[in-house]
Structure formats: structure tokens, C-alpha cells
Design a protein around this ligand. Structure first.
Ligand SMILES: C[S@@+](CC[C@H](N)C(=O)[O-])C[C@H]1O[C@@H](n2cnc3c(N)ncnc32)[C@H](O)[C@@H]1O
Length: 324
């Protein structure tokens, strides 16, 4: 397991928090949600009735496991299954089990910025699926993507599940897909989940559950700044706010300051001034349709081979290759 990048992640945390909280409007990247508490809160979110994404992708994997695995290649071919932002790997295990059952020659390489997530996943798989060869990597997608080129000589199937790509606005998503393209050989594949446009109320509810777990998840980033950067955010003086624009398919999460206040971040020697009702933008959860996915892949020199949808067609996983 590689822990070098965890250190890079921590210094990025200081730098990016400083940049985001001194910018106008203020922002903090959602990649910083995931410490030990954030990982546990996200697991609770995945179990919420409002958070339809996990169930939809789980349904796709259980119903179409055979078709999905066949689309990756033949059992003799041999490949590395690389997952970007693997989290707890709950859904991935369905695919790993199918690969095992069909005697595929593969190794599994989960990558995640959260050290806690990778440690738990690697440990858990060593107990639940001891015959699968697992190699966990801790770090940021873009840093690790560059190193993936040299990870092995075998065919690569790169998975991005949970609509993780939705954390990026279209220009960044194209940059992300182009970087994937750069590390791909002709026969490599990307298997990627894109949450689809749907009833705007359903989308709003998914990111603003009644029990307040998503609000706690969003606010946890302030607790993390308090702990790791010696700050004094008072969580009671911020509210979680969610907005969805059905025109461009972008859901956005914010933390909104309920009063004029000053927050000290000692490790950054920074005083952050908030006006009453000023926001910090914390997350994007982009929604898609087939035309947008086709456009994003075309712009990145990639093309869709096939896709798998849940019964309600609310979520889709696409198999993508380099354009010939
Ligand atoms: C929304 S969760 C989804 C987890 C998993 N893909 C799933 O579908 O259940 C996002 C995961 O990606 C990781 N992550 C977010 N941004 C990342 C980044 N820039 N680089 C690496 N991992 C990242 C988080 O730590 C978290 O585990």
C-alpha cells in the first residue's frame, strides 16, 4: 500500500483551504469531505432512502453482472481492474465476485484520497475475498492517474463508480477523461457511472435528507479544518444548503454563514471574514443524459461502446474505449 501520497494530500489540504476561503465566492473542494468521520457519514448517506444512486448502481451490478464482466474482455485475457475513488467498495464486490466465479485472471487496484477508506477496504477484502489480488493506493486521482501508466503492462479496466465524475463541472470532467485517455492503451477500457437527469425534487432530496446526515457530512469539512488546521469554526453558525438547476443539470451544496463572523485558522495564520448569509460552495453533483455523455467522451477522444441502466433509467454505467 502506498502512503506517500497521503502526505501530499495533507499539504494540498492546507493550500487549497487557504485558496478557497480567501477567494470570492468562497469554496472548499468536496474531496476534503473524506476523513474517518466523513467516510462513516458517507456510508450512512448511501443507506438513506433518499440517496437513490447507490441502490440504482447496486441494482445494475446485480442484474447485469454477467454482461458487464463480458464487456471487459475474456477470462483468459488478464487485466488490472483499477478503481478511482473506491470508497467502501460495497458495489464493486458484486463485480469482483462475478470475476472470481468466472475464473478471470485479474488484480484489483482501488485508489482513494482517504487513507481510512483504502485501509478498511483492503483489510475487508482480505477477509471476505482472500483469493482476490488487491493492491490499494492512497492519493488524488490526477496524481495517481499519471503513475498508472507504469503500474503494469497488462490491459487496464478503469472504474469510476458512484457518479464520482459528477463532482467535476464539464470542462474539468473533460480534462479528467482526457487524462484517462492519455494513460490508456488501445484495448484499455473505462467503466463509469453517470447519474441521469430526473425529477428535480428527487435530486434535491438526495442531497438534503430529512434526518440531516447530509448536512452533518457537509459540515464535517469544517470540523476537519478545526482539527487539522487549528481553526475555530462554530458549526451552529452555518447551515447546509442544496440547489439544483434542471437547465444545466448541476446540483450544488453550500455551507451558509447565518451571521457576520470571523473565523481564525491558526495553522494558516488566516482570519476568514464572513458576511451574514455568505456561502462556501462545497460540492457539485452533476446530472447527465446520453447526449451529454456522448459529447463529454467525444471531446476527450473516447467513445461509448455500451451502457447498462437500472429499471427506472435513473442511473447508467457506460463502457468506454479510445476512439479508433
Ligand atoms: C461519493 S464517494 C463514492 C465512493 C464509491 N465510488 C461508491 O460509488 O460508493 C467518493 C469517493 O471518492 C474519493 N475521492 C473524492 N475525490 C477524490 C479525489 N480527487 N481523488 C481520489 N479520491 C477521491 C472519496 O474519498 C470517496 O471515497
Amino acid at each position: 500500500m502506498n502512503s506517500k501520497n497521503q502526505k501530499v494530500g495533507i499539504s494540498n489540504f492546507e493550500k487549497e483551504v487557504c485558496e478557497g476561503l480567501t477567494a470570492f465566492p468562497k469554496y472548499i473542494s468536496s474531496k476534503f469531505f473524506y476523513d474517518k468521520t466523513g467516510d462513516a457519514l458517507f456510508q450512512k448517506i448511501m443507506a438513506l432512502p433518499e440517496y437513490y444512486l447507490t441502490n440504482a448502481e447496486f441494482e445494475i451490478f446485480t442484474k447485469h453482472a454477467s454482461g458487464i464482466i463480458s464487456s471487459f474482455g475474456s477470462s483468459e485475457e488478464g487485466f488490472d481492474l483499477i478503481e478511482l475513488g473506491a470508497g467502501d467498495g460495497k458495489k464493486t464486490k458484486v463485480l469482483l465476485q462475478e470475476l472470481e466465479n468466472r475464473n478471470y485472471d485479474f488484480s484489483y487496484m482501488p485508489i482513494d484520497i482517504s487513507k481510512n477508506a483504502i485501509n478498511n477496504l483492503v483489510e475487508n477484502l482480505s477477509v471476505e475475498m482472500p483469493t482476490v489480488h488487491v493492491e490499494g493506493h492512497i492519493g488524488e486521482y490526477f496524481e495517481i492517474l499519471d503513475r498508472l501508466k507504469h503500474i503494469s503492462e497488462r490491459k487496464k479496466v478503469v472504474m469510476v463508480l458512484g457518479s464520482n465524475i459528477g463532482n467535476l463541472l464539464h470542462p474539468k470532467a473533460i480534462q479528467f477523461l482526457k487524462e484517462l485517455n492519455n494513460i490508456m492503451n488501445a484495448d484499455d477500457l473505462v467503466f463509469i457511472g453517470f447519474d441521469q437527469k430526473k425529477d428535480p425534487q428527487k435530486i434535491l432530496d438526495a442531497y438534503n435528507d430529512k434526518s440531516g446526515i447530509t448536512a452533518a457530512f457537509n459540515k464535517n469539512v469544517l470540523t476537519r479544518i478545526n482539527r487539522e488546521l487549528s481553526a475555530n469554526f462554530n458549526l451552529d453558525k452555518f447551515i447546509h444548503w442544496e440547489a439544483y438547476d434542471p437547465e444545466n443539470g448541476t446540483a450544488k451544496s453550500y455551507l451558509v454563514s447565518t451571521e457576520k463572523q470571523i473565523v481564525d485558522i491558526d495553522l494558516l495564520s488566516l482570519e476568514v471574514h464572513f458576511e451574514a448569509w455568505e456561502s462556501i460552495h462545497t460540492e457539485i453533483s452533476q446530472k447527465y443524459d446520453d447526449d451529454i455523455v456522448t459529447w463529454l467522451t467525444k471531446e476527450s477522444g473516447l467513445e461509448v461502446i455500451c451502457s447498462f441502466a437500472d429499471e427506472n433509467k435513473e442511473y447508467k454505467n457506460y463502457v468506454i474505449q479510445k476512439t479508433n
